[in-house]
Design a protein around this ligand. Structure first.
Ligand code: SGN
Ligand code: CA
Length: 528
């Protein structure tokens, strides 16, 4: 047992039926259980969230969470991809511990230990709405309703608890919120604590906006990142990816330039998505994109002009999708306020990983480089935790499961890799807090062709080992080179730091019992 005694756990379960005043111990030491509202988006990156980055867009409702609570300035994922991230979240374990390594070949084994199941045992009602993306129906939830696979933005399908699929009218971000609020209002037993996981598809590719926001941000010209025209010198894996805005972003599917005779790789998928719109909705959609396409076809931009055209379209559409998301987060916060739930509810907003908004010339994620290893994380605490402002300790998505369990007064199992963040909520700065993070990405060869890699990140350095299609290291000094443009592995003067990072990486691989280590002959069967 990592924290909390069994007695505390038992007491917490007893108090569950009573008042839900706070997660913190009250004066006579009894633990009361707070509610947990966990909102997660897909591919939402801190560059597009104004409490992290003011350059591009405003996200007033997301910022409300940070303003009333905390912003984690160093939050990271363990494997920057949807399914694996969700598996890390549910289990509190790295991919090697939960065996969900990639989106393309894994099915999540729901018979394993997950925090929602442990919360149920501690007296919670649990609910999950939206994108699950684990190739299995959820277990450990009193109520769930999920979208199949990646889900659809327009008039989406849902899978309900009886296994049937039906189609709903409207825009997915709104519908996921409607269903969540409906459960909060009418679906749960209001005398018991709850944990609801609201999982949006937004802001996933191909960034299809809510129709009422089609015209938003059209007067904006977004600033190009300094390294938009990165030449990837000294970085083999960065040079061989297929996630470049200039090269790989699909002019039809991604930027919506759907012209007569279009036949790009993703034109068929685009037609399928638009086929979900009613005739009237389609007219509204076309009224916006058709004139843009017409002018694009006339101008026929090429080279850098084309790359920058695609970048601006990408930024604008992504920003529109964030706008609907931000509205909907506001609806949830309002509901909690209007129903007297604010004081006894932990609100968490995060994403399944970060994303590239043109840095290195890219969209997508996967790499252990900063933009995609990071994830936004803001929280508003229940009464009893008055920490405000920034929390700068390095935290990882595997830490959320133990955090929720500790708040619930439940036992945190020893085999979880993550550590509870609750001491940070109290304003403590534990002297033994982690000083390094482990990362492992597996999906290769696959879409976007990011090579397999694992590595270690400290506050100053990052060592990455690429394998399974290559076999080499990269080293970055994040203080002198925050954009990770200069691979200094093997450069003069870095031997000592390289050796210590290699030793730390080996220590973490041992600690997390990762069978795929440096010098290991990669074989898929070893990862079962
Ligand atoms: C889809 C996207 C990819 C994306 C993966 C994984 N292609 O396959 O661009 O990297 O999802 O994303 S698309 O043509 O279908 O849009 S994840 O967030 O679910 O891991
Ligand atoms: Ca994602």
């Amino acid at each position: 047992m990592k924290q909390n005694s069994g007695l505390l756990c038992a007491m917490a379960a007893v108090s569950a039926a009573g008042a839900l005043a706070s997660c913190a111990g009250d004066q006579d030491g009894r633990q009361k259980q707070c509610n947990i509202v966990f909102i997660m988006t897909d591919d939402h990156t801190a560059q597009m969230m104004s409490c992290y980055d003011r350059r591009h867009i405003d996200t007033p409702n997301l910022d409300r969470i940070a303003a009333d609570g905390v912003r984690f300035t160093n939050a990271f994922v363990a494997n920057s991809l949807s399914g694996p991230s969700r598996a890390c979240l549910l289990t509190g374990k790295h991919s090697c511990g939960n065996h969900f390594y990639d989106n393309s070949s894994c099915v999540f084994d729901f018979s394993q230990q997950t925090f929602p199941k442990l919360l149920q045992q501690a007296g919670y009602q649990t609910a999950m709405v939206g994108k699950l993306h684990l190739e299995a129906n959820p277990e450990g939830f009193d109520y769930w309703e999920i979208v199949p696979g990646q889900g659809d933005y327009y008039n989406p399908d849902f899978i309900t608890m009886d296994g049937s699929i039906h189609t709903e009218k409207g825009y997915l971000t709104n519908i996921i919120t409607d269903k969540s609020l409906e459960w909060l209002e009418n679906g749960r037993d209001k005398s018991r604590p709850f944990c609801i996981m609201i999982h949006h598809k937004a802001i996933h590719r191909d960034w299809l906006p809510e129709l009422k926001y089609l015209n938003e941000y059209e007067d904006r010209t977004f600033e190009l990142p300094d390294n938009f025209y990165d030449d990837y010198s000294g970085r083999i894996a960065a040079a061989s990816q297929e996630m470049s805005i200039a090269k790989d972003m699909d002019i039809v599917y991604d930027t919506k330039m759907f012209y007569e005779g279009a036949d790009t790789r993703l034109t068929g998928t685009y037609k399928y998505f638009l086929g979900r719109l009613s005739e009237e909705e389609r007219r509204e959609y076309d009224a916006f994109y058709a004139p843009l396409t017409e002018s694009f076809m006339k101008q026929k931009p090429e080279g850098r002009e084309l790359a920058e055209f695609k970048y601006q379209r990408y930024m604008r559409d992504y920003a529109k999708v964030v706008k609907s998301l931000d509205d909907n987060v506001g609806r949830v916060l309002d509901y909690l306020e209007d129903n007297g739930l604010t004081d006894n509810t932990l609100v968490v907003y995060t994403s399944d990983q970060g994303f590239y908004m043109g840095e290195h010339g890219w969209f997508d994620k996967r790499f252990m480089y900063e933009e995609s290893m990071r994830t936004p994380l803001v929280m508003r605490f229940p009464d009893g935790y008055d920490r405000k402002g920034d929390i700068d300790e390095m935290v990882q998505n595997i830490d959320l499961a133990p955090t929720f369990l500790e708040l619930a007064g439940a036992e945190v199992p020893d085999d979880m890799h993550g550590v509870s963040l609750v001491p940070l909520f109290r304003g403590e700065h534990p002297s033994d807090w982690r000083t390094s993070l482990y990362y492992h990405f597996y999906e290769y060869p696959a879409e976007h062709m990011v090579m397999r890699h694992f590595g270690v990140r400290t506050d100053r350095y990052k060592l990455i080992h690429f394998y399974g299609g290559g076999d080499f290291f990269e080293l970055y000094d994040l203080r002198n080179d925050p954009a990770e443009m200069h691979n200094i592995y093997g450069a003069e003067g870095y031997d000592a730091i390289t050796d210590s990072l290699k030793a730390e990486m080996a220590r973490l691989q041992e600690q997390y019992d990762d069978p795929v280590r440096f010098g290991y002959e990669y074989a898929r069967s070893d990862m079962k």
